[in-house]
Design a protein around this ligand. Structure first.
Ligand SMILES: [Zn+2]
Length: 98
């Protein structure tokens, strides 16, 4: 019989795994802790720094994360803005009457 200690109790888990069950919210983009900025359109939480960097739209480095998040939740991808970036936040078309 194997004792319980046969389980890999000391395995190193990636940051986002153990943070997701806990106290501090981790930024969806840079994985820093203490993310408070809720981005409703993408349903993610980011830190103030990433939010500020995205004032003109999300940097292209953030796009894989955003696309993955949207796809996972079955959300539509927003149109790019004038800067050819994904808008930082947007109101989903609640009244899409076309
Ligand atoms: Zn961040």
């Amino acid at each position: 019989m194997r004792p319980w200690s046969a389980l890999p109790a000391k395995a190193r888990l990636p940051t986002n795994t153990w943070a997701s069950r806990g106290v501090a919210t981790v930024c969806a983009l840079c994985e820093r802790k203490n993310a408070h900025q809720v981005v409703a359109a993408y349903r993610i939480v980011v830190c103030a720094e990433c939010w500020d960097l995205a004032a003109e739209g999300w940097p292209t480095s953030a796009e894989p994360v955003l696309f993955r998040t949207l796809a996972k939740q079955g959300l539509l991808i927003a149109d790019r803005n004038e800067a050819n970036r994904l808008p930082r936040d947007y109101a989903p078309p609640a009244d899409y009457a076309l």
